[in-house]
Ligand binder design. Structure first.
Ligand code: ADP
Ligand code: MG
Length: 696
């Protein structure tokens, strides 16, 4: 099956083919992200209107929709222009008025002939104790009562589209939905009591009451699961393909790792030991490793990375560690070098700043294998960087990249094992969808003896007091970061703010005691500013957010974050992780601009009360929603039409194991269920994944 199966064509044709849709409506629907009949199937009603026939408008509590049979009385045309046209009607108990603005009399006379009976449905209001129904949604003859929908689905609307148009077009799409073979595991289907795909669609579009709009209904659950399953199949296919591509079998003999572990002033945590074992097993196996090492700030990822790199060296190969920025690459270098020295292994640093003969020398040493471990930035992946025998590529802080970028990167690394490190504590549901193609090692335990960071909140109105306290702390020999507000729209505005805070702090604390770093500094100046702070020459470092995740200055024990409400919690947690690294007690002060909104207050209080990155991210997700936690655009997160990533994390987990199992049993997707799963992928527009299916 190389192309989309023909029986799905009707769902992927032009919208204009559907009842009641012309080119203009089709264009308007694009605003709802609806471009094909298939998209309409997945556009589910968000609410509904109860249109059950009632005896009287008195049976509902206005303002509310009521459907009643009435006898039509007098027509009262407007006496002045701009006044409404009224029709007096009488239901079983109550006389009321149908009200029409800008109405044509003849039309209303034929629609509502005096003396006859009609069923009218619309929103009832009471004005000056008179019951009114303005512009009824429905007017039916009594013998048409059977056509009355008891509960009418209400779809999300966009300009130029009415409910009627949508309802009709959706009904027309539904009639095109074919019967499909089941792609969900039979046991799962039975256990959950889910309907077939078609039945699920039919029933999701025909709610019988408000309860049917819940994400918990079997129909909606199934449709959500379908989305998750398609997504997880794509990830599982990518994973399977990578695992098929032979990796080198990298087995260490302990000759480099043992001396390092012996020289450590501490023992690895249980979590570190477990991660190291998982990684070594993966590296030794035939398949290519594609593993995520996830651990909160300070959980000790560096040691795990080092052991993996040394294992590559023990096996006679090379390792590379890539950091997202120059500063971080340098810090890794500085952190790893003394440990690597214990093992007698040389590290080298390669960044975009290496030019000319220096760069040539490094590249040559890399190509002849004399450099064993290379630390660097993106420069590592440039075309002219050739390794003699690259066994392991570690990518640090990769949460900045999405699934597709990572896939591209993996292809570059030929058969090297890949280890991605992230300090972003991602909630499980997001981890599953973002990293579902990877195996995960979790550092869920911090090394003992950490000093917790005391966090407090303060309004910028108390700035003077805060600066005075800062002065005192500096006089006691402490160092502080001062992070300026995040300004999404404009780097220039952010810079101006940082600049003026810098000037002000200098004026109070002394010109030589305050430094400034920001994104627009030349790299050399940035390094110089960082270096002065690391050396303790400057005592306060004013920064836009360039003080990166991972920067290590043990004497810095104060973190002031201005405009804290503008940051994501994960980001705040990362920033806070910059302090509390040394032996001194550390503090983090979250400064906010009053007045603080309710949500913002909840978020900042959560930060104050918890030091657990995972808990923070879970709650942040609950407070804000998935896209915002990682930043939608860069998150690489798929957009689901029906599924709700936050509330249906359990389904995502089931989908992941189901997808992996299906591919394990049927790598080429050739069984009956495998073929059905292909249809699902086509239906979910995962065309890319289809190309990953194993042939042969
Ligand atoms: P991460 O990169 O995960 O944020 P690091 O690897 O930088 O964390 O480790 C943070 C600090 O903890 C470092 O100073 C490191 O030397 C120390 N450390 C790492 N593992 C342990 C351990 N098992 N016991 C005590 N200290 C440790
Ligand atoms: Mg680190």
């Amino acid at each position: 099956m190389t192309g989309r199966p023909e029986f799905l064509f009707p769902l992927f044709g032009a919208l204009e083919g559907l009842d009641g849709i012309g080119p203009k409506t089709a264009k308007n629907l694009a605003a709802l992200d609806v471009e094909t009949p298939r998209d309409l199937l997945f556009l589910l009603p968000q609410s509904g209107i109860d249109r059950r026939l009632r005896r009287s408008v008195r049976d509902v509590l206005p303002p509310h929709v009521a459907t009643v049979e009435v006898e039509i009385g007098n027509h009262i045309p407007p006496r002045q222009r701009g006044r409404p046209y009224r029709v007096i009607v009488q239901d079983a108990e109550q006389e009321f008025q149908l009200v029409f603005f800008h109405a044509r009399g003849e039309y209303l006379a034929s629609l509502l002939p005096s003396g006859q009976r009609r069923i009218v449905s619309g929103r009832v209001e009471v004005r000056d104790s008179i019951y009114q129904m303005a512009h009824p949604d429905l007017v039916l003859k009594p013998d048409e009562v059977d056509t009355l929908p008891e509960f009418e689905p209400v779809y999300p609307l966009t300009a130029g589209i009415t409910q009627k148009v949508l309802q009709r077009a959706i009904a027309s799409s539904l009639s095109r939905a074919p019967d499909v073979a089941e792609w969900i595991d039979a046991q799962q289907l039975a256990r959950a009591g889910w309907p077939t795909w078609r039945e699920a669609l039919q029933s999701a579009h025909a709610p019988a009451g408000t309860a049917d709009l819940s994400t918990e209904t079997p129909a909606r659950q199934r449709l959500a699961y379908d989305e998750f399953l398609a997504h997880q199949l794509t990830l599982a296919l990518a994973r399977a393909r990578r695992r098929r591509s032979a990796g080198a079998q990298t087995r260490g003999d302990g000759s480099r790792v043992q001396p390092v572990l012996a020289a450590l002033p501490y023992k690895p945590t249980t979590a570190q030991t477990r991660a190291i074992a998982e990684i070594s097993a993966d590296m030794a196996a035939e398949h290519k490793m594609n593993r995520l090492l996830q651990g909160d700030v300070g959980s000790g990822k560096t040691l795990v990375a080092l052991v993996a790199l040394l294992t590559a060296v023990e096996a006679g190969g090379q390792g590379a560690l890539m950091a997202p920025t120059e500063i971080l690459a340098r810090q890794h270098m500085e952190g790893l070098a003394p440990l690597a020295a214990e093992a007698g292994v040389t590290l080298e640093l390669l960044t975009g700043r290496d030019k000319g003969s220096e760069r040539q020398r490094k590249l040559a040493a890399l190509a002849d294998g004399s450099i064993k471990i290379l630390v660097g930035t993106h420069a590592l992946f440039q075309r002219d960087v050739q390794f003699a025998d690259l066994r392991l590529a570690i990518i640090d802080e990769q949460h900045r990249f999405g699934v597709s970028q990572r896939m591209a990167l993996g292809e570059k690394g030929a058969h090297a094992d890949i280890l991605v490190m992230t300090a972003t504590p991602i909630p499980r549901s997001l981890a599953l969808s973002q990293y579902g193609d990877m195996d995960v090692s979790l550092l869920d335990e911090k090394p003992p003896g950490r000093q917790p960071v005391t966090t407090s909140l303060a309004s910028t109105e108390r700035l003077d007091e805060i600066v005075a306290r800062l002065q005192q702390a500096i006089d006691e020999g402490r160092q502080a970061y001062w992070v300026c507000p995040l300004v999404e729209e404009s780097e220039t505005v952010a810079l101006t703010a940082a600049q003026s805070r810098f000037e002000q702090l200098r004026a109070v604390l002394g010109a030589d005691r305050v430094g400034l770093v920001h994104g627009q500094l030349a790299p050399a100046d940035k390094d110089a500013a960082m270096a002065r702070f690391v050396a303790g020459d400057t005592r306060v470092l004013v920064a836009t957010t360039v003080i990166e995740v991972g920067v290590n200055v043990p004497d810095a024990t104060i973190m002031v974050i201005e405009g804290a409400e503008s940051f994501g919690l994960a980001q705040l947690h990362q920033l806070r992780g910059r302090v509390g690294r040394g032996s001194g007690a550390s503090t983090c002060l979250l400064l906010y601009e009053p007045p603080l909104g309710e949500v913002a207050e909840r978020r900042l209080k959560l930060m104050r009360d918890s030091d657990d990155g995972f808990r923070i991210s879970e709650e942040d997700l609950a407070i804000r929603g998935a896209g915002d936690v990682i930043g939608t655009a860069q998150s690489g997160l798929p957009r689901f039409r029906i599924a709700d990533l936050e509330r249906q994390a359990d389904l995502m987990a089931i989908a992941q194991s189901d997808a992996r199992k299906l591919l394990h049993d049927d790598p080429g997707l050739t069984s009956a269920r495998g073929k059905a799963a292909r249809v699902l992928l086509w239906l979910m527009e995962q065309d890319k994944a289809i190309r990953l299916i194993h042939v042969g």
